[in-house]
Design a protein around this ligand. Structure first.
Ligand code: B12
Length: 249
């Protein structure tokens, strides 16, 4: 299947900010025709094509890491920007996510076996009393795509479940999602429970969800906030960097 150059070019029209356009174009063009075709299939949500192209790339001897970076993550970067800018909506993102999953299914086992060092480890849940998980799942997908190991704690996650999971997985980040005004304060309560156990400084805490603001996040005592999945990944990278620098002294 030849690469759809026009289709790919059209994707740039959606990415409105020039600085982003440049970095996403550079990332997409770092891949050859096969990788660009894979990225385009992912953007358009064609999971059969992503599955076939990932298998083809591996059988041609491409590195799993390059496939992830130049094919899958490049495509997902465009999806993330289109979603943030309201050009596409939840259903399209979930369709692209399914395509990403189809590619990751081939690449992930190779990466975990080869011990590529993850960017960091996170535990991520929707807080107690809250069942909304679409935003959390999108953030987790983007975090994994960016190279984090993320343990999904699901919905209605009680503070002691965050504490247990963070300890068990040696997390760098504790990430909480909440969409209801009635459950948003549970983010602060969760941080307070870590504090009560003398564990506040062991982790960096991040919050998010439709009604959460930077100000609210600060009030909850969190270290970071993001209002979309891209901001979530960027903040997570920054916080892991800070935590590592602090540990190194
Ligand atoms: C889908 C939905 C549902 C679905 C949830 C399905 C699911 N599996 O998630 C169902 C039908 C189950 C549902 C139930 C309810 N819902 Co509802 N729901 C929504 C709706 C329409 C969309 C939410 C959504 O998925 N948005 C899309 C995602 C992608 O956006 P997001 O979650 O904000 O996530 C993004 C960012 O916020 C950020 N992010 C998210 N989490 C995190 C975490 C971190 C760490 C970071 C950095 C970033 C980050 O990145 C994400 C990706 O960009 C909203 C309306 C709305 N516009 O928000 C109402 C809404 C949230 N629901 C609402 C209500 C009231 C309810 C119910 C109480 C209704 C009822 N009477 O039963 C129940 C509560 C159930 C419960 N206990 O949780 C209200 C909340 C009002 C309020 N302020 O409290 C809303 C705002 C609708 C409204 N206008 O009234 N809901």
């Amino acid at each position: 299947m030849p690469i759809d150059h026009e289709g790919l070019a059209r994707e740039f029209e959606y990415v409105t900010q020039p600085s982003e356009q440049e970095s996403i174009r550079a990332q997409l063009e770092s891949g050859d025709a096969l990788m660009q075709e894979m990225a385009y299939a992912l953007i358009t949500g064609d999971h059969h094509a992503v599955d076939a192209l990932t298998r083809q790339a591996l059988s041609e001897g491409r590195e799993a890491n390059d496939i992830l970076d130049e094919g899958l993550i490049s495509g997902m970067a465009v999806v993330g920007v289109k979603f943030r800018d309201n050009i596409i909506f939840v259903p399209e993102v979930l369709i692209a996510a399914r395509a990403m999953k189809a590619g990751m299914a081939h690449v992930e086992p190779i990466l975990s076996a080869s011990g590529v060092k993850p960017l960091g480890t996170a535990v991520f849940g929707t807080v107690k009393g809250d069942l909304h998980d679409i935003g959390k799942n999108l953030c987790i997908m983007m975090m994994r795509g960016a190279g984090f190991v993320v343990h999904d704690l699901g919905v209605d996650t009680k503070p002691d479940e965050f504490i247990e999971a963070a300890d068990e997985h040696g997390a760098d980040l504790v990430m909480m999602s909440a969409l209801l005004t009635t459950t948003m304060p549970n983010m602060g309560r969760t941080i307070a429970e870590f504090e009560d156990m003398g564990l506040r400084d062991e982790y960096k805490f991040m919050t998010g969800g439709a009604s959460v603001t930077q100000e609210f996040s600060d009030d909850m005592g969190a270290d970071g906030y993001g209002d979309n999945a891209i901001a979530c990944v960027e903040k997570a990278k920054e916080l892991v960097g800070l935590a590592r620098a602090a540990r190194a002294g």
